[in-house]
Design a protein around this ligand. Sequence first.
Ligand code: LLP
Length: 385
Amino acid sequence: MFENNDVLNRFSAQETPFYYYDLNLLRQTLHEAKVAADKRGFHVHYALKANFNSRILEIIQSMGFGADCVSGNEVQRSIDTGFAADKITFAGVGKSDKEIITALKHRIFAFNVESIQELEVINELAGKHGERANVSLRINPNVDANTHHYITTGLDENKFGVPNSELEKAAAVIKTCAHIDLVGLHFHVGSQITDLNVFKSLCVKVNEWKNWFEERGTYIRIINVGGGLGVDYNNPDGNPIADFEAYFDIFDKFLERNAQQEVHFELGRALVAQCGTLVSRVLYTKSGAKKNFLILDAGMTELMRPALYQAYHKIERIGDPVGEVVLNYDVVGPICESSDSFGKEVSLPVSKRGDLIAIRTAGAYGEVMASNYNLRNEIRYLYAD
Ligand code: LLP
């Protein structure tokens, strides 16, 4: 994708590093997701945590998605972007009183609640502010997402969700709360899930829990199965758009529901990952006894995933003529941390100071996880529209 010289010429004039967003790919991805979801009557809330860049949010909002937020500021950002309040959910294990009040005042669609204490606090604050709150209970389904342990969320040992042993009590507490209505159940097992069987196992658990509540006389209107659909980090050009048809099909086939029950999703990564690329310049090259290093002007401060999770991102030299001699490089950033590396032994054409390097599939959990450690510059952008 970045092999042609037009891109090289366009990028050459830019100060680096910057995030390059291909908004046409974003639109196409959203379109495919929307068509596949609408066909089955499914509702998709975009998980803002993956990327809350304003241009990206505006496009997602304009295409009719709801918003899944994990902070009061994300709720506010969604409202400011124009997302309808009745399409906004607010999740997270640690919502502060101030954040809950923000969400109550905006009359968002629902809170995804993760503990009994949180239920009580939302009830109390809703009462105090003359509001009512819809809640979905987050249940930890104990399904192994087969993904990196840092992004697995649905196991008993994870901090997320109301523990199964407390669900009976939670259901009873809700009945005593005058200012909250239980509208649904919420599940999320992890992120970057590429084995669709994981979602099939999730459906089995969701059916069990839904029945459990219904047997106890609690009607469940919303079944929220979270997000987690993975993308192809190895082959972004070959697989630029996730297989939304296959993904939604699993839920369509395996989730038991009646005509009144709605199925909600909270997709983040699969919607935005492939449209983003981190573009950087080679500052220096050096070769020691064991290693060749490419030292870039981007570091873990711009894209933290490789340092934090040893995550793989495809690295390419921009404007790469075919057939050049290649070398194995450790591609590193300028930050004073040994973990500040984008990849080890990466095969690249012999590169020199000033060359442009693309770090692909960086649209999700890239810009949003940036920091200004080492007093780094603010993130810059370039959009292709
Ligand atoms: N819903 C809940 C409750 C979540 O915790 C998450 C992600 C999502 C939805 C969206 O999941 P997605 O569709 O994007 O997989 N920083 C990590 C990923 C953390 C994911 C946290 N939760 C990374 O860079 O891989």
